[in-house]
Design a protein around this ligand. Structure first.
Ligand SMILES: Nc1ncnc2c1ncn2[C@@H]1O[C@H](COP(=O)(O)OP(=O)(O)O)[C@@H](O)[C@H]1O
Ligand SMILES: [Mg+2]
Length: 284
């Protein structure tokens, strides 16, 4: 669905390239995540893929066609959720969706149903300028689904949403995957990346440090640990031990032998642990 080779991009007047030779492929039906801290180049990459930014070097192919050859007709094939919502603020929510519907040749989804899907049906008749940031984000998200595209670009779709709405959005994204859609998702949220993505690319300073499935990364690169809580003379202690070699860990065995153990939990590495270990950078 997407094939990127040695993608280099510089903004005018910037001394250094923002993207320094990216390589990746995205297969049909895959949720592919771009995970990286703010400023890494995630939104820039998305803008190149959807044809908004030209003047890049390297090869970018979208739906088997060179990105340079795509015109605005690409928008009938792909759905785009921008990082910052760009609505017609004087129009209502439903008017915004109807306006965008009218741009497509094919039949589009029912705007009211889409508003219901993300819990803003009650605000359908309100002008978007009166929407909260979260409402505008949710409108932005369903606008990308209007024409039921087979390829979706979602730039930080859950940023700034409360947990319930973020959950709902993630469920909708997973439903899209079940419908065999392909999704390019950028995020700095490791929980979202871990839960949603088949594969993630770690992006730092315009470079991809690695690409793999979140689970494989956690298992291969994470250090498993065991956290125990125990009491000595009625005071509570807690300690963390490496899972590997536990049997020969004297300190741990002593806690077992003295029968003071209260709780014991194994802890997997999080995707953020792996990110930090691999890139030397945090996601924040
Ligand atoms: N229009 C622009 N002009 C110049 N520099 C830009 C522009 N947009 C983004 N940048 C710079 O490019 C880098 C990557 O930005 P961006 O792609 O938005 O990162 P991310 O989405 O990962 O936070 C940042 O250093 C940012 O300041
Ligand atoms: Mg961004």
């Amino acid at each position: 669905m997407i094939d990127v080779h040695n993608l280099v991009f510089s903004y005018p007047k910037q001394p250094k390239p923002t993207l320094k030779g990216l390589n990746f492929r995205i297969e049909e039906g895959e949720i592919f995540g771009f995970l990286g801290p703010s400023g890494a180049g995630k939104s820039t990459t998305q803008k190149i893929l959807i044809g908004l930014l030209k003047g890049y070097q390297g090869e970018v192919s979208i739906l088997n066609r060179d990105a340079r050859d795509w015109g605005t007709e690409i928008y009938s094939e792909v759905g785009v959720g921008f990082e910052l919502p760009n609505h017609f603020s004087q129009l209502t929510g439903i008017e915004n969706l109807k306006l965008f519907s009218s741009l497509y040749r094919k039949k589009t989804r029912d705007p009211m149903e889409l508003l219901e899907l993300v819990g803003i049906a009650d605000a359908a008749e309100q002008r978007v300028k009166n929407y909260s940031k979260g409402m505008a984000m949710r409108l932005n998200f369903v606008r990308a689904l209007l024409h039921d595209p087979r390829l979706l670009f979602l730039d930080e779709p859950t940023a700034g949403l409360d947990p319930a709405n973020a959950r709902n959005l993630k469920d909708i994204i997973l439903e899209q995957k079940r419908a065999r859609k392909t999704i390019f998702l950028t995020t700095h949220n490791m929980h979202d990346a871990d839960e949603l993505c088949d594969r993630v690319a770690f992006l730092v300073d315009g470079e991809i440090k690695l690409i793999d499935a979140p689970r494989s990364l956690r298992l291969a690169k994470g250090q498993k640990q065991v956290r125990v809580e125990y009491t000595i003379d009625e005071t509570q202690h807690q300690e963390t031990f490496d899972l590997r070699g536990l049997r020969n860990n004297q300190e741990f065995m002593k806690i077992l032998e003295t029968d003071t153990l209260q709780t014991i939990h194994s802890q997997e590495a999080t995707l953020e642990d792996v990110f930090i270990r691999t890139t030397g950078r945090s996601l924040q």
